[in-house]
Design a protein around this ligand. Structure first.
Ligand SMILES: *Cc1c(COP(=O)(O)O)cnc(C)c1O
Length: 391
């Protein structure tokens, strides 16, 4: 029977089947195949001390629970917690630290993550070292006796550096630290960090998981029982939960994750190849190109190379001309939606990163970033070609 099969699904199903079905049994009261949006703040109890596992909607909501189970199965974890945004999810992870603790962070981490760590959490006697996590000896050197967490993004934004997940998991565990991976850029279709030893995986569901540019949210997937217990407590204690409608939107998004990621991967690669062959482009950053310095490692730990790429035009003027000349590419922050977006990291996504740090990370004024959508590739190529003609 369908219901029984769905309930036992996660042990035996394959990736796309999990995306479609995990966490989503037919609605018990009507049989609805789609988990309803349970837009309620409380639940009526049968009698004093007897309820159906739902008491108050900050603590439990069936739509959110379905999404948490769905994303947990997708990331091959044990339990997941959905938050109001990707930053709220990372904020919840940070509550696992105590004053005096030290964190090693990928130096090219998402600008909002850097801002949270550098401007907020340093006020609470937490310290952070930013290192190139592609360089294992640099990671090792950054560890101190107080290091409790290694926070990694791979590929990095926007220069697409790759970190060896298995190696950093081993390193963190030898030092009694947790490995946290922000897997937003790759998406779990392309990379599942828990399989390489990560303790916690986080996403901005705003990006590929929702995939339709119409919701902001975050998720943390955990494997260790002590982490799960703490995160459940903190999700309720701080209350930065994902609402039922957004939970429903992300559930709808993950049903097509495989189809979308295959299209994003194909368009990302095709655009990277087109741009590398163009004489006005000085450099292309995309892990799927054999010229990428970490291409072999990317092949080892990723199923596809994603829809994110960046390229260098040489000056702010040239970047501005391109960005003002594209028509189908939408000039916008964010990524991972079905529409192709184009942006200028130095003044948009990475504006909060100090200029000297930006320079050290290779984020120049002539750099342009693309989040390849799922449009027909010929239309994307033609649009870039006509814009590059004006540069
Ligand atoms: C967008 C993003 C975040 C933050 O997520 P929000 O949903 O915008 O709060 C964190 N990490 C990465 C890699 C992101 O791209």
């Amino acid at each position: 029977m369908y219901r029984e099969w769905i309930v036992k699904l996660t042990d035996r199903a394959r990736f796309s089947t999990i995306c479609l079905h995990a966490g989503q049994e037919p609605d018990p009261s009507t049989g609805a195949i789609i988990t309803p949006i349970y837009q309620t703040s409380t639940y009526v109890q049968d009698e004093l001390g007897k309820h159906k596992g739902f008491e108050y909607a900050r603590t439990q909501n069936p739509t959110r629970l379905a999404l948490e189970r769905n994303l947990t199965a997708i990331e091959a974890g044990k339990t997941g917690f959905a938050f109001a945004s990707g930053m709220a999810a990372i904020g919840a992870i940070a509550t696992m630290l105590k004053s005096g603790d030290h964190v090693v962070v990928s130096d090219n981490t998402y600008g909002g993550t850097f801002r949270l760590f550098d401007k907020v959490l340093t006020r609470y006697q937490l310290s952070f070292s930013y290192v190139n996590t592609s360089d294992l000896s640099a990671v090792e050197r950054a560890f101190t006796p107080a290091t409790r967490m290694l926070f990694v993004e791979t590929p990095t934004n926007p220069v697409m550096g790759i970190t060896d997940l298995r190696a950093v998991a081993d390193l963190a565990h030898r030092r009694d630290a947790r490995l946290v991976v922000d897997n937003t850029f790759a998406s779990p279709y392309n990379q599942r960090p828990i399989e390489f030893g990560a303790d916690l995986v986080t996403h901005s569901t705003t990006k590929y998981l929702n995939g339709h540019s119409d919701s902001v949210g975050g998720i943390v997937v955990a494997v260790r029982d002590d982490d799960i217990e703490w995160l459940r407590f903190v999700q309720n204690a701080e209350g930065a939960i994902l609402g039922p409608f957004d939970s429903w939107l992300v559930l709808r998004g993950t049903k097509t994750l495989t189809l979308r990621m295959q299209a994003h991967n194909a368009n990302g690669l095709a655009l990277a190849q087109f741009l590398s062959a163009h004489q006005k482009v000085e450099h292309v950053y995309y892990p799927g190109l054999p010229t990428h310095p970490h291409h072999e490692l990317a092949k080892k730990q990723m199923r596809g190379f994603g829809g994110m790429l960046a390229f260098e035009l040489g000056s702010l003027d040239k970047a501005r001309t391109l960005l003002n000349s594209v028509r189908l590419h939408a000039l916008a922050e964010s990524l991972g939606g079905v529409e192709t977006l184009i942006s200028h990291p130095a003044t948009m996504t990475h504006a909060s990163v100090p200029a000297d740090r930006r320079a050290a990370l290779g984020i120049t004024e002539g750099m342009v970033r693309i989040s390849a959508g799922v449009e027909d590739i010929e239309d994307l190529r033609e649009d870039l070609a006509q814009a590059l003609d004006r540069v």
